[in-house]
Design a protein around this ligand. Structure first.
Ligand code: HEC
Length: 201
């Protein structure tokens, strides 16, 4: 190991270094590896999202992701255009779109990593979900996170009462039923016909 040397050469800890795996890794520990590999480049080393500060940890030539060949408007073959905004996933106020850990996992499994959705295995998606839960202090990591335990782990705003049903927009002008309109037209036409007849008499 060249740890001592590396430390001397880089006095500040390398924020992009691969996390070390403990001897008996938990699901969340394994998730940290998945995160490092598949999520960190976009969501940041602390889950802060693609912030200016985080971009500074990238090599100089990659500071402007959008101007570089890989993530600009015309990415090279295996590249992709990187979105301007990449949300944080760790910290206060994050993950508010997900009522519980099950919905978080199924989103991650289906939609992430952004540039190659579906490329993670089911197991990896549970591991990285476990990692995000742990980092957000939402889960004590006592037992294995599975489809059956995940429903009970609340993430976003608690939904104890049924989610409010979307109510029809109230600021729009009061909707008139098309039937009323039709009936109104019918009456108008009748009136016209009547008026015509009366005039002829
Ligand atoms: C190429 C960049 C990129 C990578 C890599 C990536 N993501 Fe994302 N992620 C995004 C973007 C962009 C969004 C916002 C998508 C949207 O709003 O439709 C997002 C959204 C999310 C969200 C939803 C956040 C919210 O509050 O709505 C979660 C959770 C998430 N990503 C987790 C992950 C995980 C876990 C990984 C790794 C397995 C990952 N992402 C890899 C770009 C990325």
């Amino acid at each position: 190991m060249n740890g001592a040397f590396a430390q001397a050469a880089t006095p500040t800890p390398d924020r992009l270094a691969q996390p070390t795996l403990p001897a008996k890794p938990t699901q969340a520990d394994k998730g940290a590896q998945v995160y490092w590999l598949a999520c960190l480049p976009c969501h940041g080393d602390r889950g802060q999202g693609l912030t200016e500060d985080f971009i500074q940890t990238y090599p100089e030539e990659d500071h402007n992701c959008w101007a570089s060949g890989c993530h600009g408007k015309n990415p090279y073959e295996s590249g992709f255009t990187i979105p301007r905004y990449i949300p944080p996933v760790i910290g206060a106020g994050t993950l508010q779109n997900f009522p519980n850990a099950a919905s978080l996992q199924s989103y991650i499994r289906a939609a992430m990593p952004y540039w190659k959705p579906g490329s993670m295995t089911e197991e990896e998606s549970w591991q990285v979900t476990a990692f995000l839960l742990r980092e957000n202090n939402l889960w004590g990591a006592q037992d294995e996170l599975t489809a059956s335990t995940a429903e009970r782990i609340l993430v976003g705003p608690p939904r104890a009462t049924p989610a409010p049903q979307p109510s029809p927009p109230t600021d729009a002008p009061a909707m008139v039923s098309p039937y009323f309109l039709l009936a109104g037209f019918g009456i108008l036409i009748l009136l016209f016909i009547l008026a015509g007849r009366l005039e002829k008499k």
